[in-house]
Design a protein around this ligand. Structure first.
Ligand SMILES: Cc1ncc(COP(=O)(O)O)c(C=O)c1O
Length: 404
């Protein structure tokens, strides 16, 4: 009725890239490898309750007043020190902005940079939520493939030569969503050199960087930034709890000023009460010790997933072997349509789900990959679900195999 009154960039007939991702299967035996949520049995609820009490007891009514639009200065200082220690980024609280999750940080950067039609490079596949945020600013996308050690820089350079107007590259360098791949340190340095040469901004989105099972976090791409071209984004969603809705970014100069301008227009400031509680939590608890517990759990879950892939999936399936994070990525032979497969009676009867690859490509044109998330499931449940899924995959592969 009033469709013509809505902004052209928001076509409500085309759903957000983020909606309809997860099949809601009410069957009690259903196992979902779809949702990318952290394991809530690991949430530090009691310590966080105490931290909220401490924040309220310490500041009283003042805590509930409007606060800094960049976010709680003490928490910003702690996060600046953390990315200094674990990511070798030299920065201060003045360059940190607290956001409503990492998701808002991505959206603010898109809003600050993009005019309709502007050229943007993304890894393919890439984080579906970044596509949802970027889509609103109507970019022209160029997909760049991934290798075992991260973004294919030769392919990126070829794309940059063809499209010198590209102004933004979005990357998830650590335990990538959806593939679990991590970019090597050498590539991080080379990527910044490319950004300097071809004049683009890098949006480094790194919510999983702390969750390397057996390794300390690598130097951030931002640590190689000499011209203020890299916006570093991270989040407490995966290492504390997502409902705190606390993400953060590090930016410099005019880029920081532009991001703050759009942030003020969006929401004035993020969740000050929660930030004060998180700050109190960090004063009273050892976040690194908590993260070590998370890493041990996710390491075990990932091992269960990889061993189930080896045991139950057809030989024709290729899959990643992540060293951190929540996700594994499976590539099936060309010709298999994983969206259609999810709807077959046999698959519906197996009560097991995944996110189809189409969701992670800007043009939704790759149909033979799937993202499997293991973060919320015990090793035994992973094994059961993967056995069921593997059977379906074998049937699908037989269906496309040439018969001689
Ligand atoms: C790569 C990536 N970036 C950003 C986010 C956003 O998370 P949040 O807004 O909870 O910080 C997610 C969540 O899954 C993610 O996987």
């Amino acid at each position: 009725m009033y469709n013509d009154l809505l902004a052209k960039r928001v076509n409500p007939d085309v759903p957000s890239a983020l909606s309809g991702l997860f099949v809601n299967d009410p069957d009690p035996s259903a196992i979902s490898f779809a949702a990318g949520s952290p394991n809530e049995s690991l949430f530090p609820v009691a310590a966080m309750r105490q931290a909220f009490d401490t924040a309220i007891d310490t500041q009283g009514a003042h805590l509930f007043q409007y606060q800094s639009s960049q976010g709680n200065p003490d928490l910003r200082a702690k996060l600046a020190a953390r990315i200094g220690k674990w990511g070798r980024v030299t920065t201060t609280a003045d360059n940190v902005v607290l956001t409503i999750g990492g998701q808002q940080a991505i959206e603010l950067v898109a809003k600050a940079l993009l005019n309709p039609g502007d050229e943007v490079a993304v890894e393919v596949p890439t984080y579906v939520g970044a596509l949802a945020a970027l889509d609103l600013y109507q970019p022209t996308y160029y997909g760049v493939g991934l290798q075992g050690d991260g973004l294919d820089l030769d392919a990126l350079e070829t794309t940059l030569k063809r499209h010198p107007g590209i102004k933004l590259l979005y990357t998830v360098p650590d335990f990538h969503n959806p593939t679990g791949i991590t970019m090597s340190v050498a590539k991080r340095a080379q990527l910044v050199a490319l950004a300097n040469r071809y004049n683009f901004i890098i949006l480094e989105d790194s919510p999983y960087r702390d969750l390397g099972y057996d390794q300390a976090p690598l130097s951030a791409i931002k640590s190689f930034d000499t011209e203020g071209r890299v916006v570093f984004v991270s989040s407490l969603s995966k290492i504390l709890m997502p409902a705190l809705r606390t993400g953060w970014l590090v930016a410099d100069g005019k880029l920081l000023a532009a991001i703050m301008k759009v942030r003020l227009a969006s929401d004035l400031e993020a969740t000050g009460v929660t930030h004060a509680a998180i700050n109190a939590y960090l004063d009273a608890n050892d976040l690194d010790a908590h993260v070590a517990v998370l890493k041990a759990h996710y390491r075990e879950q990932c091992a269960a997933m990889v061993s189930a892939l080896q045991r139950y999936f057809p030989d024709e399936a290729a899959f990643t072997t992540p060293t951190g994070g929540f996700f594994d990525w499976v590539t099936l032979p060309a010709g298999i349509d994983v969206d259609a497969l999810l709807q077959t009676p046999a698959m519906l009867g197996a009560h097991v789900s995944y996110v189809p690859s189409t969701n992670f490509y800007p043009n939704r044109d790759v149909h033979n990959g799937l993202r499997l998330c293991f973060s919320g499931l015990t090793p035994a449940v992973i094994d059961t679900g993967m056995r069921r899924l593997g059977e379906q995959m074998k049937v699908a592969v037989r269906g496309v195999k040439p018969v001689f």
